[in-house]
Design a protein around this ligand. Sequence first.
Ligand SMILES: [Zn+2]
Ligand SMILES: [Zn+2]
Length: 142
Amino acid sequence: MKTPAELTQLFRDRGFKVTPQRQCIFGVLHGNAGHPTAEWVYQAALAEMPTMSLRTVYQTLNDLADMGEIQQLDLGTGSSRFDPNVDSHHHLVCESCGKVRDLYADFRRLTVPEAARQGFTVGSAEVVFRGLCDACATATPQ
Ligand SMILES: [Zn+2]
Ligand SMILES: [Zn+2]
Protein backbone atom coordinates (compact mmCIF):
# COMPACT_ATOMS: atom_id res chain seq x y z
CA MET A 1 0.00 0.00 0.00
CA LYS A 2 1.17 3.50 -0.76
CA THR A 3 2.02 5.96 2.01
CA PRO A 4 -0.72 8.30 3.30
CA ALA A 5 0.96 11.18 1.41
CA GLU A 6 1.01 9.21 -1.86
CA LEU A 7 -2.63 8.20 -1.41
CA THR A 8 -3.60 11.80 -0.77
CA GLN A 9 -1.96 12.78 -4.07
CA LEU A 10 -3.59 9.86 -5.91
CA PHE A 11 -7.04 10.79 -4.63
CA ARG A 12 -6.53 14.45 -5.58
CA ASP A 13 -5.35 13.42 -9.06
CA ARG A 14 -8.63 11.58 -9.48
CA GLY A 15 -10.63 14.59 -8.37
CA PHE A 16 -11.60 13.17 -4.96
CA LYS A 17 -11.75 15.53 -2.04
CA VAL A 18 -9.21 14.51 0.59
CA THR A 19 -10.44 15.46 4.04
CA PRO A 20 -8.44 15.13 7.27
CA GLN A 21 -10.78 12.21 8.09
CA ARG A 22 -9.71 10.36 4.96
CA GLN A 23 -6.04 11.03 5.68
CA CYS A 24 -6.55 9.65 9.17
CA ILE A 25 -7.98 6.44 7.64
CA PHE A 26 -4.97 6.18 5.29
CA GLY A 27 -2.74 6.40 8.37
CA VAL A 28 -4.67 3.70 10.24
CA LEU A 29 -4.38 1.30 7.28
CA HIS A 30 -0.76 1.98 6.41
CA GLY A 31 1.40 -0.96 7.47
CA ASN A 32 -1.56 -2.60 9.21
CA ALA A 33 -1.04 -6.37 8.97
CA GLY A 34 -4.08 -7.26 11.08
CA HIS A 35 -6.56 -7.42 8.19
CA PRO A 36 -9.00 -5.13 10.04
CA THR A 37 -12.76 -4.97 9.59
CA ALA A 38 -14.41 -1.65 8.67
CA GLU A 39 -15.63 -1.42 12.27
CA TRP A 40 -12.07 -1.85 13.59
CA VAL A 41 -10.78 0.86 11.23
CA TYR A 42 -13.62 3.10 12.41
CA GLN A 43 -12.79 2.61 16.10
CA ALA A 44 -9.06 3.21 15.51
CA ALA A 45 -9.72 6.33 13.43
CA LEU A 46 -12.33 7.60 15.90
CA ALA A 47 -9.76 7.42 18.70
CA GLU A 48 -7.59 9.84 16.72
CA MET A 49 -10.36 11.98 15.32
CA PRO A 50 -13.69 12.35 17.16
CA THR A 51 -15.38 13.73 14.01
CA MET A 52 -14.90 10.41 12.18
CA SER A 53 -18.04 8.77 10.78
CA LEU A 54 -18.58 5.13 9.90
CA ARG A 55 -19.94 6.28 6.54
CA THR A 56 -16.64 8.02 5.72
CA VAL A 57 -14.76 4.85 6.68
CA TYR A 58 -16.90 2.68 4.37
CA GLN A 59 -16.66 5.17 1.52
CA THR A 60 -12.88 5.49 1.85
CA LEU A 61 -12.38 1.71 2.07
CA ASN A 62 -14.54 1.24 -1.03
CA ASP A 63 -12.63 3.91 -2.95
CA LEU A 64 -9.28 2.38 -1.97
CA ALA A 65 -10.48 -1.08 -3.02
CA ASP A 66 -11.79 0.26 -6.35
CA MET A 67 -8.39 1.82 -6.97
CA GLY A 68 -6.61 -1.43 -6.14
CA GLU A 69 -4.77 0.07 -3.17
CA ILE A 70 -6.28 -2.40 -0.69
CA GLN A 71 -7.94 -5.78 -1.02
CA GLN A 72 -11.38 -6.52 0.36
CA LEU A 73 -11.40 -10.11 1.59
CA ASP A 74 -14.16 -12.44 2.67
CA LEU A 75 -12.38 -14.99 4.82
CA GLY A 76 -15.50 -16.45 6.39
CA THR A 77 -14.98 -14.56 9.66
CA GLY A 78 -18.34 -12.78 9.53
CA SER A 79 -17.32 -9.37 8.15
CA SER A 80 -15.20 -8.22 5.26
CA ARG A 81 -11.53 -7.73 6.08
CA PHE A 82 -9.37 -5.07 4.48
CA ASP A 83 -5.79 -5.81 3.51
CA PRO A 84 -3.34 -3.04 2.59
CA ASN A 85 -1.02 -5.76 1.30
CA VAL A 86 -1.98 -6.13 -2.37
CA ASP A 87 0.87 -8.51 -3.23
CA SER A 88 -0.17 -12.00 -4.22
CA HIS A 89 -0.35 -13.95 -0.96
CA HIS A 90 -2.39 -16.43 1.04
CA HIS A 91 -3.92 -16.35 4.52
CA LEU A 92 -3.94 -18.15 7.83
CA VAL A 93 -7.27 -17.68 9.64
CA CYS A 94 -8.03 -18.50 13.28
CA GLU A 95 -11.48 -20.07 13.48
CA SER A 96 -11.80 -19.11 17.14
CA CYS A 97 -10.85 -15.41 17.36
CA GLY A 98 -10.81 -14.42 13.68
CA LYS A 99 -7.12 -13.46 13.64
CA VAL A 100 -5.75 -13.29 10.08
CA ARG A 101 -2.10 -13.45 9.05
CA ASP A 102 -0.44 -13.20 5.67
CA LEU A 103 1.05 -16.38 4.35
CA TYR A 104 3.71 -16.51 1.69
CA ALA A 105 4.08 -19.97 0.28
CA ASP A 106 4.85 -21.37 -3.12
CA PHE A 107 1.75 -22.99 -4.54
CA ARG A 108 2.94 -23.13 -8.13
CA ARG A 109 2.43 -26.86 -8.00
CA LEU A 110 -1.22 -26.33 -7.03
CA THR A 111 -2.87 -27.03 -10.35
CA VAL A 112 -6.36 -27.87 -11.53
CA PRO A 113 -6.45 -31.07 -13.57
CA GLU A 114 -7.60 -30.55 -17.15
CA ALA A 115 -10.68 -32.74 -16.59
CA ALA A 116 -11.83 -30.57 -13.67
CA ARG A 117 -11.39 -27.19 -15.37
CA GLN A 118 -14.79 -27.08 -17.08
CA GLY A 119 -13.47 -24.79 -19.76
CA PHE A 120 -11.94 -22.29 -17.30
CA THR A 121 -8.55 -20.78 -17.86
CA VAL A 122 -7.12 -20.52 -14.35
CA GLY A 123 -5.10 -17.38 -13.70
CA SER A 124 -4.55 -17.32 -9.95
CA ALA A 125 -5.56 -18.95 -6.69
CA GLU A 126 -5.84 -17.78 -3.12
CA VAL A 127 -5.56 -20.37 -0.40
CA VAL A 128 -7.07 -19.95 3.08
CA PHE A 129 -5.76 -22.19 5.84
CA ARG A 130 -8.12 -22.36 8.83
CA GLY A 131 -7.21 -23.47 12.29
CA LEU A 132 -6.26 -21.98 15.64
CA CYS A 133 -3.78 -19.20 16.34
CA ASP A 134 -1.15 -19.67 19.01
CA ALA A 135 -3.15 -17.86 21.70
CA CYS A 136 -6.35 -19.80 21.00
CA ALA A 137 -4.55 -23.15 20.74
CA THR A 138 -3.00 -22.68 24.18
CA ALA A 139 -6.10 -21.18 25.84
CA THR A 140 -7.66 -23.34 28.57
CA PRO A 141 -10.77 -25.04 27.19
CA GLN A 142 -14.03 -23.98 28.82
ZN1 LIG B 1 -7.25 -17.20 17.69
ZN1 LIG C 1 -3.24 -10.47 3.62
